[in-house]
Design a protein around this ligand. Structure first.
Ligand code: PLP
Length: 399
């Protein structure tokens, strides 16, 4: 067949993190003792009270279509959560429940963008942002940050990137892949530019419950009426409640945008899974002890990974403040040789690690930083120790 397929779809790169996770799983299935630092999902089970709520939903026959943008009970729970934890007032009408955070982002950009509209994305970034923006007809404008600035976007760099086509900025705090958390002052400086130049902020707060060492998550929409009016706050239950497979995300936004997202969703996917919505109500309204328990466990692992990386040759990192990733500067490794061959790229480094050391890491070229790696510590301490021993062995063998 010579019929041309969609140019937009052809321009989309497959997710390299999912590919690495799949490769690690495949090797494990072949009986190899693989350590996977690739996964972007908590290794904990979904808390029992949440699972029970889903079982009740099934037993009570809550298995039919729901309103497309979500059940009122869940919108009320989300609205209450926004008020209590984020200090933002979103009425239930301003909430849209979707099939995961990714889907929320897709809804947002479908509603915000016209062809050619620019979206500013600070690098490093979560690799799906650029692809979701392109699929919605937008143009990603990448603004590279630096290690000296803790990989955070500054107001000055933002200002320079704004053009008359700028429609939105994506701001992700706590950040994937860097683990950095923006402070109140940093957010206020960014908000000033957003208001002055007049565009939207898409605030991705997916990792909000995972902060450490007293770093506090702050929602940019809470900083005043003018920034609130320009912000779409995006979140979900995947990371905070170990609910990656349940696929529940949500947004709080100005009413007009919420209504448009609801209409789009009503044609594209209809409602998110009815049973998962009931489970999400329990997650948000029920006891929160499991969230703090997971947080504590992640914190122990974070300290350990950080200290080990600091003591390894040729790599360095900044202590993560949130999420469950360590962002590793491997630029010095690239000029070294392994068994007589120059390493050259982080992709090559990742290939050597998986093939020769049975250890999966994420090379961050697709995250807009081509000399860094991401290690996820959402695996057991035992696995972390084993995997770090292997990475250290690899680094010590370099010439
Ligand atoms: N935003 C960030 C920064 C993420 O890392 C992820 C998942 O890895 C998502 C959004 C999407 O989460 P989900 O679609 O699983 O709810």
């Amino acid at each position: 067949m010579s019929l041309e397929l969609s140019k937009k779809a052809a321009a989309v790169k497959p997710s390299s993190t999912l590919a690495i996770t799949a490769k690690a799983k495949e090797l494990k299935a072949q009986g190899k003792d693989v350590v996977g630092f690739g996964a972007g999902e908590p290794d904990f089970d979904t808390p029992e009270n949440i699972c029970d709520a889903a079982i009740d939903a099934i037993n009570n026959g809550f298995t039919k279509y729901t309103p497309a943008s979500g059940i009122i009970e869940l919108k009320e729970a989300v609205s209450k959560k926004f008020k209590k934890y984020n200090n933002i007032d979103y009425t239930p009408e301003q909430i849209v429940i979707s099939n995961g955070g990714k889907h929320s982002l897709e809804n947002i950009f479908t509603v915000l963008l016209n062809p050619g509209d620019e979206v500013i994305i600070p690098a490093p970034y979560w690799l799906s942002y650029t692809e979701i923006v392109k699929l919605a007809g937008g143009v990603p404008v990448i603004v590279k940050t630096s290690k000296e600035q803790e990989y955070k976007l500054t107001a000055e760099a933002l200002c320079k990137a704004v053009t008359n086509k700028t429609k939105a900025l994506i701001l992700n705090t706590p950040n994937n892949p860097t683990g950095m958390v923006y402070t109140d002052n940093e957010l206020r400086d960014i908000a000033d530019i957003v208001i002055y130049k007049d565009f939207y902020v898409v605030a991705d707060e997916m990792y909000e419950t995972l902060t450490y060492d007293g770093h506090k998550h702050i929602s940019i929409a809470s900083l005043g009426k003018e920034i609130y009016d320009r912000t779409i706050t995006c979140n979900g239950l995947a990371k905070s409640y170990a609910m990656t497979g349940w696929r529940i995300g949500y947004t709080g936004s100005p009413l007009q945008i919420a209504r448009m997202m609801g209409s789009v969703q009503s044609h594209q996917t209809s409602n998110p899974n009815s049973i998962a919505q009931k489970a999400a109500v329990e997650a948000l309204n029920g006891p929160q002890d499991s969230v703090s328990q997971m947080n504590e466990e992640f914190n122990k692992r974070r300290q350990y990974v950080y200290e080990r990386i600091c003591n390894m040759p040729f790599v360095s990192t900044i202590k993560p403040m949130g999420a469950f990733y360590v962002f590793v500067d491997a630029s010095e490794v690239l000029g070294k040789t392994h068994k007589g061959e120059t390493v050259g790229t982080v992709a090559k480094m990742a290939e050597i690690l998986i093939n020769e050391y049975n250890t999966a890491v994420v090379p961050c070229a697709d995250f807009g930083f081509d000399d860094h790696l991401r290690l996820s510590y959402a695996i057991s301490m035992e696995q972390i120790e084993k995997g770090l021993d292997r990475i250290e062995k690899f680094l010590k063998e370099l010439k």
